[in-house]
Structure formats: structure tokens, C-alpha cells
Design a protein around this ligand. Structure first.
Ligand code: NAI
Length: 333
């Protein structure tokens, strides 16, 4: 029996994510929690003819603990999204507190659950969850993931577009490493399963990289004040959740980029640190998943000079974001 929980389940991401999870045969129970509307969302989803039993709770009467009871995997898209002109870091003030409180609930109710953080800024909210878990003495770095899959999904789509064949987009695999905001997002296009045309100009390459890094801004702008990516994020969040669940059920060899604590795999971390030339507590790299969570953090491997420059530009920003999250989380301790 597998139970999945969505915290922030009535939101723009939460609802379609809950729909995709409810559609999956991998899940037997689906718990939905939000500060508004979850009973309605749960009642609606419960009529879909798939096996998962759905329940939705609000904060009163220990709603969070009731939702979390028995959870194997907890996905967190709770919090406010960006409006035009905002960066993900602008969200920190509000979302940091929301994530801290939800993490406290998880650490108390289901400390062994896999925790998948979508709430932005992911570069900082993941360290907050880790600090809260440390405070409760239950931190297992192998079970905490920052969801960067939307960057990976965007890279696949944009590369397929560049190759002039959108039907390739679900097959194109591009590792996206670093973090999840602006310049910290580093697509390793040289490692794409479907190489870019050798004739691609430097300008076209830079435009493509920029589009992966700032693709979220296209959506924020087009939504014109009504929020950020929700549907593509729900798709990406479900895709990553399914990988974690398949690994939990014993499938071997599943690898996906995710923003994780480097404490999850000290040997992998040592290799990565050597490649980066700098120690960081968190980084998104290709991660091999297993029944206990992170099995292995893969090194970057062979990258181009242009990609090395992107990494160099990402590191200071990422280090700053991590320090902000750790600082907030430590205060919370
Ligand atoms: P939204 O505003 O539509 O939904 C957020 C939901 O969280 C709302 O239903 C709200 O009631 C709920 N919420 C607020 N405080 C809560 C609490 N204390 N406990 C439980 N639920 C609570 O926002 P949207 O568009 O769904 O975005 C959610 C988050 O996901 C934002 O932080 C956004 O920046 C982030 N995001 C992350 C992406 C990624 O790639 N990791 C991509 C896109 C968005």
C-alpha cells in the first residue's frame, strides 16, 4: 500500500498534481491538505474510477496530522507563486514560514516519508526542511528532494523544438544541474540524448540556455499577474513523484536530476565537489533513486567550456540561497 500526500493541494499546482497522482495505479491512498478547499477537491477527485482512496483535510482538528498519517511520499507545492517582476527569492519571506511549519508537521507525523519540495525558492526551502528535520533528530538526507523536474521538462521541449520535431520531446533527456532559479539552472546541453545540430551558432546556444533558465518568466508574463507555471509544474511534479515511487517499489536504475543534500552520498559528493572546485551543502545533479531514496549522486561528467562558465556563474548565487535557507531553518531550531 502506498500513500501519497499533497500539501497545498487546492492551489494552481496542487489540484492538477493531485489529479495526476489520483490517475496513477502506483498510488493506493491520496491525502490532500491545504488551508482552503481541500474537502471539495478530494470529493471531486474521489469520483474518478482509479484505485486511490482520496481524503482531504483543512487545518482544524489536526488536519495536517490526519492527512499525513501513514504517508510514504509528501509533495509540497504550498505557498505563494510569483507575479510579474518578482524573482523566486522574493517569495522567501512568505514561503519560508509555510515550508517550516509543514516540515515540522512531517517531522512529527511521518519522519520517514520521502519529502519532495516544490515551493519556491527551492534553493532555500529544501535547506529549511533539512534544518527542521535536524531539530527533530529525524533528518535523513536520502529522503529529501527539491523538485527541479520542470527545468528538465523545459529543456527536453526546447531542444526538441530546436531539432524541429516536437514528437521527440518526451524522448529527449538533458541533465539540468545546479539549482532551481535563474542562473543557478544549468542545462548540460552537450550531454543531451539528442545532440543539438553541430552548426548551432553561439547566439542560438545562449538563447536556448537562457530560455531553460528563465522559461518560468515566459509563463509569469503570459499569465499577467495570475501566477506562475502550474500545469507544466504539476506534470513535472507528477513525473518526478512517479520515479520516486517506482524506485520505492523496487525498480532499479532510475536516475533523475534533483536538488539534494550532498550528505546523501558522501562518495558522490566528494567527486562532485572536486568537479565544482567548491564545497556546497546542496546541489542538483543526476541522482540514482532506490527504495531508501538517494542511492548515488552522479558527478557532472564531461562538460564543455561554455557549461563550465555557466556552473561558475551559478555557484555564488546558489551558495547565497543555501545560506539563506540554512539561516532561517537554524533560527527555527
Ligand atoms: P497557488 O497560490 O495557486 O497555490 C498555493 C496553495 O498553497 C494555495 O492553495 C494555498 O491556500 C496553499 N497554502 C498556503 N499556505 C499554506 C499552508 N500553510 N499550508 C497548506 N497550504 C497552504 O500557487 P501555485 O501556483 O500552486 O505555486 C505554489 C508554489 O510552487 C509557489 O511557491 C511557486 O513559486 C512554486 N513553484 C515551483 C516550481 C518548481 O519548479 N519547483 C514551478 C512553479 C511554481
Amino acid at each position: 500500500m502506498v500513500k501519497a500526500v499533497v500539501l497545498g493541494a487546492a492551489g494552481g499546482i496542487g489540484q492538477p498534481l493531485a489529479l495526476l497522482l489520483k490517475s496513477s495505479p502506483l498510488i493506493d491512498e491520496l491525502g490532500l491538505y491545504d488551508i482552503v478547499n481541500t474537502p471539495g477537491v478530494a470529493a471531486d477527485l474521489s469520483h474518478i474510477a482509479t484505485p486511490a482512496k482520496v481524503e482531504g483535510y483543512l487545518p482544524p482538528d489536526d488536519g495536517l496530522a490526519k492527512t499525513l498519517k501513514g504517508a510514504d511520499i509528501v509533495v509540497i507545492p504550498a505557498g505563494v507563486p510569483r507575479k510579474p517582476g518578482m524573482t523566486r527569492d522574493d517569495l522567501f519571506k512568505i514561503n519560508a514560514g509555510i515550508v517550516r511549519d509543514l516540515a515540522t508537521g512531517i517531522a512529527t507525523a511521518v519522519p520517514k516519508a520521502f519529502v519532495l519540495v516544490i515551493s519556491n525558492p527551492v534553493n532555500s526551502t529544501v535547506p529549511i526542511v533539512a534544518e527542521v528535520f535536524k531539530k527533530h533528530g529525524v533528518f535523513d538526507p536520502k529522503r529529501l528532494f527539491g523538485v527541479t523536474t520542470l527545468d528538465v521538462v523545459r529543456a527536453s521541449t526546447f531542444v526538441a523544438e530546436k531539432l524541429g520535431d516536437l514528437s521527440l520531446s518526451s524522448k529527449v533527456v538533458v541533465p539540468v544541474v545546479g539549482g532551481h532559479s535563474g542562473v543557478t539552472i544549468v542545462p548540460l546541453l552537450s550531454q543531451s540524448s539528442h545532440p543539438l545540430p553541430a552548426s548551432i551558432s553561439e547566439d542560438d546556444y545562449k538563447t536556448l540556455v537562457h530560455r531553460v533558465q528563465f522559461g518560468g518568466d515566459e509563463v509569469v508574463k503570459a499569465k499577467d499577474g495570475a501566477g506562475s507555471a502550474t500545469l507544466s509544474m504539476a506534470y513535472a511534479g507528477a513525473e518526478f513523484s512517479f520515479k520516486v515511487l517506482r524506485a520505492l517499489k523496487g525498480e532499479k536504475g532510475i536516475v533523475a536530476p534533483s536538488y539534494v543534500s550532498l550528505e546523501a552520498d558522501s562518495a558522490g559528493a566528494a567527486l562532485l565537489t572536486k568537479e565544482l572546485g567548491q564545497e556546497l551543502a546542496y546541489f542538483s545533479s543526476n541522482v540514482e533513486l532506490g527504495q531508501e531514496g538517494v542511492v548515488k549522486i552522479n558527478p557532472l561528467g564531461k562538460i564543455t567550456e561554455a557549461e563550465q562558465k555557466l556552473i561558475a556563474a551559478a555557484l555564488p548565487e546558489l551558495a547565497k540561497n543555501i545560506a539563506t535557507g540554512v539561516g532561517f531553518g537554524t533560527e527555527a531550531r
